[in-house]
Design a binder for this molecule. Structure first.
Ligand code: GLN
Length: 201
């Protein structure tokens, strides 16, 4: 690691990455982003803050609660516009559900940013929470992945690249600058997945 990390000044900050600060694992994402040189992490609650950002993380939590708060805070259209501008969005766990195109759970209002059909709590009926390691071709091998009442990707459109699967179920996918995963990369000490997202932004 270069020494420059400890003497990072505002001048050297090149990417502003927001974490949607409505509900869920917000502080964990901010903490991991702080470790990445040349990233300024920002907790985002208001639509006006999006204009300044290069990328946005939609964290894990409860997709029903986050979707209600997105609506209440007037963020639905602004986040869609942010994505339409080609800015990076990374949905983790509940965030994956929200980025999806379809789900059987109609109480969740989806952002429809990536052409996937989502099975909410897909792993929940078998095993509620588990940890494993994944090989994710563009990122690396043996990447620790924590799943907590995790969704999976039931269908992925032809423009979507499936990056990882567990027991035959898709758990990570990318469509251009939109990245989603079923697990919680921010709950491990391994920052390769978050760095991959930052590089997309
Ligand atoms: N089961 C949750 C939901 O669908 C997601 C869980 C999580 O984000 N860890 O809202």
């Amino acid at each position: 690691m270069p020494n420059s990390q400890s003497v990072m000044t505002k001048k050297s900050v090149s990417k502003k990455i927001g974490v949607l600060n409505l509900q869920g694992a917000v502080s964990e994402h901010l903490t991991m982003l702080k470790r990445i040189e040349q990233v300024e992490p920002i907790a985002v609650k208001q639509a006006e803050q999006l204009a300044d950002l290069d990328g946005l993380i939609i964290p894990g939590g409860e997709s029903t609660a986050i979707s209600r708060l997105i609506r209440q805070n007037g963020l639905l259209e602004p986040i869609k516009q942010f994505a339409a501008q080609g800015k990076g969005i990374f949905g983790t766990c509940a965030g994956l559900v929200l980025c999806g195109m379809e789900t059987k759970h109609h109480e969740v209002e989806l952002l429809k940013l990536i052409d996937i059909q989502v099975e909410r709590n897909g792993f929940g009926r078998q095993i509620a929470s588990f940890e494993t390691t994944l090989d994710i071709a563009p990122i690396g091998t043996d990447i620790p992945a924590v799943f907590i009442r995790a969704p999976y990707i039931a269908r992925a459109g032809e423009n979507v690249t499936l990056l990882a699967s567990v027991n035959g179920h898709g758990v990570m996918a990318q469509q251009g600058h939109i990245l989603v995963c079923s697990f919680h990369p921010e709950l491990t000490q391994d920052d390769r997945v978050i760095r991959y997202f930052v590089n997309l932004c």
